[in-house]
Design a protein around this ligand. Structure first.
Ligand code: MIC
Ligand code: SF4
Length: 667
């Protein structure tokens, strides 16, 4: 049968289960990536497994998120990650070398591999023909130890691209268009595969912008074929040997088909405060934009910044605008420095930020109260910029630079009329400047045996979950609405530096919902825990959207949360809940959501028995006695993990069983 590219790559890596939509499958992982904000926990858990050296073909640890270094926490993390990487057989990309996804695309990703990363934008590597999936740190730790990654085999949406992008219309507009069609809700269990004649017109970095922001759809991942464009990109990275052509078979059948004619697209923006609140620039043009930032793993490639530099050459940004540019990697920065175009950006009035995540995750460059901030990033969840009630619009670099010159949201197609600027068609260089001296190779096994790991005082091994009670008695600690993101659950920005210290970080769970003068979520949770009860979080649809941060499960678990009851739960977050032994329960009847209030006392009798083999649980409120039926949408392995007390204990139990049988550890 004619196969999709998605299934070809999954099929080549399957070690358990059947390659059919909806089936639970185990996949062998070739490469992993971790970044510092999720990586410290991932490595601490990897160490707790006693795995020693990694068993993948390649694992890379990046430092790109926490680089502001107010206080010792960030540098403590860097030193721990550098030394544990060297010891465990992992490559280490140092602070300043660039954003993990950009650097991985440039230096490591290749067609046909399976990449698992502890960051939700890992699908960036789908731009080069890899199946690249975001997951929680603990899942990545298991993969580093040689364990398979388990997932529900996705159905595949085929996106047929035809035509060619018009001048000033960008790859960002392609993914914004798709977000306007599919939205951020309801795409769990799907993957996206691009095909059709329009594919050949897009370069690898353009494709990577599209697969990167595919994360916002909530799909498992997105993938492009590997073709002449891929070969050209790899050759320019001096990695032509990593090239192999890959595509779907002719006549492959997709579970759903969407067609996008690239020629018909126009510049677009995701308006506050969701990536799917998409409007065309013509609809919103003219509003004053006092802050503009170009960067992030979505849009900070060489071609993006060359286009920006060419448009800015000899010009000055509007004096009402604060304008920042963060090149995605040191390779990009070096290229711009060497060809002199960095000077054009600086002379026009841009502030050059470090090659890292920075403002994308609210680390600096927060906008003033009430001003419009245009960003080329991928997420504009309320408050993520570090400013409450922010007005962040997500746009292409083309729209961003046009608006920087006028001070207003501006359609870049006006650039000719306004400034006499023709669209700069940027050619990919035949060779990038390759300099890997900020990527450290791991120590040999012999050297590693003697090597010390540096552990600062702010690095605390996370507590493991307690076993689930046979019958759960729990209080509803919070009732929240639809599309609650992991940024709502665990704020980043100024709090990001607490990632390596769960007891401290747990104090700010649901920080954005805390009210002055009232007990915080954490205080309420601790009170309930001290009364000997469990805690429950109640939510609407698409709970846990956004990042892969497992702290959104780990910190509530630390505060005594034992279950989440929601209309629906997003893929990565659901897996993280299970990994930390918090039971994900989805409402059978969505209207039952209305019955529940904060402070209700719920009973789930026979919870453990239900996890052992039932698909539903009965939830009873103790006072008013309302009854609700909750779905346990769990695979057999999910059930075993919950019954073991979380993924770490489950993994250790299985490893011990193998030692028992064979006398030596096999994982
Ligand atoms: C994000 O973009 O939200 C992050 C910060 O990169 C997260 C990872 C994290 O929270 O550390 C992600 O996308 O997974
Ligand atoms: Fe970093 Fe932003 Fe990309 Fe997340 S989305 S990896 S914070 S640049």
């Amino acid at each position: 049968m004619a196969e999709t590219l998605f299934y070809k790559i999954l099929g080549a890596h399957i070690v358990e289960g059947k390659l059919a939509a909806g089936e639970q499958i185990g996949i062998r992982i070739d490469q992993t990536l971790t970044q510092d904000a999720t990586g410290t926990t991932a490595f601490l858990l990897f160490e707790s497994m006693g795995a020693g050296r990694v068993r993948t073909d390649l694992s890379v640890s990046y430092v790109d998120h926490n680089m502001s270094q107010f206080g010792p926490e960030n540098h403590n993390d860097h030193l721990y990650l550098q030394t544990i990487a060297a010891k465990s057989g992992v490559y280490h990309s140092r602070a300043g070398n660039g954003i993990c996804h950009q650097v991985h695309l440039e230096r490591f990703a290749k067609p046909g591999v399976m990449l698992l990363g502890s960051d939700s934008h890992t699908p960036t590597a789908g731009g080069i023909g890899a199946i690249a999936i975001g997951a929680g740190g603990l899942d990545v730790a298991v993969a580093m130890g040689g364990g398979p990654f388990y997932l529900a085999c996705p159905k595949v949406i085929g996106v047929k691209l035809t035509g060619q992008l018009p001048d000033w219309v960008a790859a960002k507009d392609v993914i914004l268009k798709l977000l306007s069609i599919l939205t951020t809700k309801g795409n769990v269990g799907w993957g996206v595969e691009y095909f059709g004649p329009g594919v050949a017109t897009l370069t690898v970095p353009q494709r990577a912008t599209i697969t990167n922001m595919g994360a916002e759809l909530g799909v498992t991942t997105s993938v492009f074929p590997s073709d002449e464009q891929t070969k050209k990109f790899l050759a320019a990275q001096k990695r032509e040997k990593d090239y192999k052509p890959m595509a779907a078979d002719a006549g492959a059948i997709y579970d759903r088909l969407i067609e996008i004619d690239l020629s018909s697209l126009e510049p677009m923006a995701a308006c506050p405060s969701s990536p799917d609140n998409v409007k065309t620039i013509t609809e919103i043009a003219g509003a004053a934009a006092k802050q503009i930032a170009i960067g992030s793993c979505t849009n900070s490639s060489y071609a993006d910044l060359m286009m920006v530099a060419t448009a800015l050459k000899g010009r000055k940004i509007d004096p009402t605008v604060e304008f920042a540019v963060a090149p995605g990697s040191r390779e990009v920065l070096n290229m711009l420095a060497a060809n002199g175009t960095l000077g054009d950006i600086i002379s026009a009035g841009a502030r050059i930020l470090e090659s890292g995540c920075g403002p994308c995750i609210g680390l600096g460059f927060s906008p003033a109260d009430g001003v419009v901030s245009l960003r080329t990033f991928n997420r504009n969840f309320a408050g993520r910029s570090g400013t409450k009630d922010d007005k962040v619009f997500l746009v292409s670099p083309e729209t961003a630079v046009a608006s920087a010159l006028t001070g207003k949201i501006t359609d870049p197609r006006e650039m000719g009329k306004l400034f006499g600027i023709q669209y700069p068609k940027i050619e990919q260089p035949a060779e990038f400047i390759i300099n890997d001296n900020m990527i450290e190779a791991p120590l040999s096994e012999k050297e590693a045996a003697k090597a010390e790991v540096i552990r600062g005082t702010t690095i605390v091994v996370p507590e493991q979950p307690k076993q689930l009670p046979a019958d759960l008695k729990a209080e509803v600690l919070i009732k929240c609405g639809d599309k609650i993101t992991t940024d709502h659950i665990m704020p980043a920005g100024a709090f990001l530096k607490l990632r390596s210290n769960v007891p401290e970080y747990a104090k700010v769970v649901f920080h954005c919902f805390n009210e002055k003068g009232k007990p915080s979520f954490a205080e309420r949770a601790i009170k309930v825990k001290n009364e000997g009860k469990g805690g429950v979080i109640v939510a609407g649809a698409s709970y846990g959207q956004g990042s892969s941060r497992e702290h959104a499960a780990l910190c509530p678990m630390y505060l005594g949360v034992r279950a989440v009851i929601a209309k629906s739960i997003e893929r990565i977050h659901k897996a993280n809940l299970i990994n930390f032994c918090v039971v994900p329960i989805e409402l059978t009847n969505q209207d039952d959501y209305e019955k529940i209030s904060q402070g209700d006392n719920l009973r789930i009798d026979g919870l453990v028995d239900a996890i052992k083999g039932k698909d539903e649980v009965k939830i009873v409120e103790e006072k008013s006695r309302y009854e609700i039926i909750g779905k346990l949408n769990l695979s057999g392995r999910d059930r075993e993990i919950l019954l073991s007390g979380g993924l770490l204990k489950y993994t250790l139990e299985r490893a011990n069983k193998k030692v028992g049988k064979t006398g030596k550890t096999k994982r």
